[in-house]
Design a protein around this ligand. Structure first.
Ligand SMILES: Nc1nc2c(c(=O)[nH]1)N[C@H]1C(S)=C(S)[C@@H](COP(=O)(O)OP(=O)(O)OC[C@H]3O[C@@H](n4cnc5c(=O)[nH]c(N)nc54)[C@H](O)[C@@H]3O)O[C@H]1N2
Ligand SMILES: Nc1nc2c(c(=O)[nH]1)N[C@H]1C(S)=C(S)[C@@H](COP(=O)(O)OP(=O)(O)OC[C@H]3O[C@@H](n4cnc5c(=O)[nH]c(N)nc54)[C@H](O)[C@@H]3O)O[C@H]1N2
Ligand code: SF4
Ligand SMILES: [Mo]
Length: 732
């Protein structure tokens, strides 16, 4: 027996990238815990991070890539052989059908391994295909589009740690680590701010962990956020509570906004959302009276219909209240492995947000400011025309479990000529793929904090609050006898075989602070770089060099006071709160029937989304240490009075049916819910068509989702929360 050694590293189990200490003995990871020596995170490490040893040593982990055999079984294939075959098959498809017959989909686990999506996306582009999709467009796609419609403040919005009010609409950041409260140790940060006097407002049909700490919790009917936010805007404008000086100088469209929110009285919104009328006015006044702070949407706000509109109204609230860094104020995070911020107290006006590229075959959907609509990718694969997608590369995502309308997703995956899934296990999608590429994970590869920092370009609010930077070398070898590859090496290998060069290009920041530019860097296609060398290319132009960051094994803060510059003399662009398409949609909201009508007897309940602490979408269910704590399936949580009325008891099996499909589930009481709801996490259950025990593996809520129901006209995200359903006892 060797002795145990301790090593600082970074957790790779979610985008929060918590600094951890890893105990290693004889090359085996024994224990993972938070690193108290690291600033910013204060020793935080969640239950999932602590289970990382089991994740790495999971008996179901793939140690070799797999190839489907003609009889449907899978056999290991050497990675070089797999790359040769895949490059050959893909070249033939592209030669015959054109480059857009190849699509790539980047899911959740492309984020912790930063080379993956940059080289993967670059490889697809260099082959001439425009078909790049991500899980972002079935998550919170309204953000990027609304930002493009409104415009951008070049010094960025207020930071959480400096705010005296915060509003969360349809998110639970202290459990999910996204949605405004900075990802490092969000519960502690929230407590700190609340202790300092910050007011918290939460809109959520469930008294979720974040709502439980709120001063004002609007426990609204799901799907009514647009009405509620419009009523708040109405109060703020009517009572003159907005920042007049800011609006006069930097904002246009207030009069149009005022006119359209006028019918949304607090009485109207109270009836629609079923919350006490005075609470709406109070929320509006508390939000507007504060000096600093933002309103932020989560998945609940983006999945219940009107995703772009809801995000736009949230931005309108922030904008008319002037919640931006002003001249002379310093930005919270000047960037570490990002280029240096060059904030300027100045608006950039709206930019084009729709019809930006490829047209897809379904529902008139096209590329927009949020990218290509993933909700329409299955249709594009099933499409009979020449623009059909025939080859799909899915990286760190699980289309068969997570795409809306599981049946359609499965039919699409089945009809592909080539399906390549990069995955650590035989996931639902892997079981439908021609090749499953097995990657190295976690402490087997170097990591750095760039991944979290770069999420700023998806939404500033997911980013780091402080200038924290850290690099961690690989600590252990992959298991003996394995044949594994890093994700970026896979795309590099294919690019080499197909004769295309690769570059590392930084995503331009569309929603946050301006930064210094950085030229795309060419990757050496003759001599393969090491991962460290690739990291160097990725962070080219960073404010702090990677070399400097490496000098601090526990990570460090790299502060620099950077103050917002005055606006340029001739600058006249304004933020737009009067977007015509959005205000027209708002008028439709006023007219439309509420999604939850008491007289809706066929589907009297609404299914709402939620996330469970010990899993990550479809991942980590097979980690015993986590399953022991709160099970490994997804209960159908319901309000105890609803259960009583239906004569159901905890543990009863039920059938949940929407107009689109039905699933079995196990009910569990949850007193934090408002009545009339079924609250369930997504991406559970077995592979499509596979017999699985829902009491063990849970059920897949995407079966209940129709891609045609209540979809957003621009992003294509369908109704994935607030879905009308009924619940009946299942006779097993
Ligand atoms: N532990 C854990 N953390 C995760 C994940 C996980 O699976 N587990 N997944 C990660 C991913 S991919 C993402 S995108 C983020 C998501 O992060 P969040 O957006 O914070 O996700 P949820 O916890 O599902 O919070 C959504 C909330 O919206 C509420 N809601 C549902 N419908 C409506 C509605 O119509 N209106 C309003 N106002 N609220 C509504 C739900 O009750 C729920 O509390 O979490 C990430 N973090
Ligand atoms: N009905 C419904 N549908 C939803 C949602 C909802 O709330 N309701 N939420 C939506 C949201 S917010 C999102 S983000 C999407 C998620 O969509 P996806 O990202 O497509 O789904 P995940 O389940 O997160 O898939 C992660 C995959 O990565 C694999 N994996 C795990 N670790 C690694 C690793 O280290 N490397 C690699 N290469 N792979 C790894 C896992 O085995 C799994 O197959 O689902 C969306 N779909
Ligand atoms: S929050 Fe995410 S990064 Fe941090 S320990 Fe948990 S799983 Fe790991
Ligand atoms: Mo997500």
């Amino acid at each position: 027996m060797g002795s145990t050694t301790q090593h600082p590293s970074l957790c790779r189990l979610c985008h929060a990238a918590c600094p951890v200490v890893v105990d290693i003995e004889d090359g085996v990871v024994l224990r993972v815990r938070g690193n108290r020596e690291s600033p910013a995170y204060h020793g935080y490490c969640c239950s999932r991070g602590q289970a990382a040893p089991e994740h790495i040593r999971n008996p179901d982990r793939l140690l070799h890539s797999m190839k489907r055999q003609p009889d449907g079984s899978y056999r290991p294939i050497a990675i070089d052989q797999a790359m040769d075959e895949i490059a050959g098959r893909l070249s033939a498809i592209i030669d015959e059908h054109g480059a857009n017959s190849l699509a790539a989909y980047f899911g959740t686990y492309s984020a912790p391994y930063p080379g993956a999506n940059i080289l993967g996306g670059g490889w697809v582009t260099m082959l001439g295909s425009q078909m790049i999709f991500s899980s972002g467009t079935i998550d919170q796609p309204g953000k990027d589009i609304a930002n493009a419609m409104l415009g951008r403040w070049r010094a960025g919005p207020h930071a959480f740690d400096e705010s005296d009010v915060w509003m969360t609409c349809g998110g639970n950041p202290i459990v999910t680590h996204v949605g405004g409260i900075p990802s490092p140790n969000p519960a502690r940060r929230l407590k700190q701010q609340l202790d300092a006097g910050m007011q918290l407002i939460v809109i959520d049909p469930r008294r979720c962990e974040t709502a439980a700490r709120a001063h004002i919790h609007l426990q609204a009917r799901p799907g009514e956020d647009a009405s509620l936010l419009a009523a708040m805007l109405h109060v703020i404008i009517e009572e003159g509570l907005y920042d007049r000086a800011f609006v006069d100088e930097y904002v246009e469209g207030l009069e149009r906004l005022r006119r359209e929110v006028e019918p949304f009285t607090t009485a109207f919104a109270a009836a629609r959302a079923d919350v006490p009328e005075p609470q709406i006015a109070e929320a509006a006044r508390v939000f507007a009276a504060a000096r600093r702070g933002l309103a932020v949407g989560g998945t609940g706000a983006n999945m219940s219909g009107h995703s772009t509109l809801v995000e736009y109204l949230l931005l309108c609230l922030n904008t008319i209240c002037g919640r931006f860094v002003r001249e002379g104020e310093s930005v919270a995070n000047p960037g570490v492995l990002q280029p240096r911020a060059i904030p300027r107290a100045q608006a950039v006006g709206p930019r084009p947000y729709e019809k930006l590229g490829v047209k897809l075959s379904a529902r008139g959907l096209e590329e927009s400011a949020c990218g290509l609509p993933t909700a329409a990718l299955a249709d594009q694969i099933l499409h009979p025309g020449p623009e059909r997608v025939r080859a799909l590369f899915s990286m760190g995502g699980n289309p068969a479990a997570a795409w809306p309308d599981q049946k359609r997703a499965a039919a699409a995956l089945e009809s592909l000529e080539l399906c390549v899934q990069v995955d650590i296990k035989m996931s639902a999608t892997a079981k439908m793929a021609d090749y499953v590429i097995a990657p190295k994970v976690s402490f087997e590869v170097p990591g750095f904090s760039y991944a979290l920092e770069s999420l700023e370009s998806f939404s500033v609010l997911w980013g780091m609050a402080e200038p924290f930077g850290m690099y961690a070398p690989a600590l252990v070898d992959p298991p003996a006898g394995s044949d594994l590859i890093e994700e970026w090496e896979f795309f590099y290998g294919l690019a080499q075989r197909m004769g295309v060069p690769l570059f590392t290009a930084r995503m331009p920041s569309l929603t946050a602070t301006d930064r210094e530019g950085a030229e795309p860097q060419a990757v050496d296609m003759k001599v393969k770089p090491t991962t460290e060398q690739l990291f160097e290319l990725l962070v080219h132009g960073s404010r702090i060099s990677l070399e400097e960051v490496k000098r601090h094994p526990n990570g460090a803060l790299f502060p620099e006071s950077i103050r917002a510059l005055p606006r340029e003399v001739a600058a006249a662009e304004r933020l737009c709160v009067g977007n015509a398409a959005m205000l027209a949609e708002l008028a439709e909201v006023f007219e439309e029937a509420p999604i939850a009508l008491a007289e809706n007897r066929e589907y009297p309940f609404q299914l709402v989304c939620r996330r469970q602490q010990n899993v990550y979408n479809s991942s980590l269910r097979d980690i015993e240490q986590l399953a022991r704590r709160n099970g490994n399936f997804n209960p159908a949580f319901m309000q105890p009075d609803d259960l009583r009325e239906l004569a159901l008891e905890a543990g009863d099996a039920v059938e949940i049916r929407s107009a689109h499909g039905s699933i079995p589930a196990v009910v569990e009481p949850d007193a934090t819910l408002r009545r009339g709801l079924v609250s369930m996490a997504h991406a559970f259950g077995g592979a499509p068509g596979e017999k699985s025990d829902f009491r063990q593996e849970g059920s897949n809520t995407s079966v209940l989702v129709s891609v045609e129901d209540g979809y957003d006209r621009i992003s294509g995200i369908p109704r994935m929360s607030a879905i009308p359903v009924n619940v009946r006892l299942l006779l097993e």
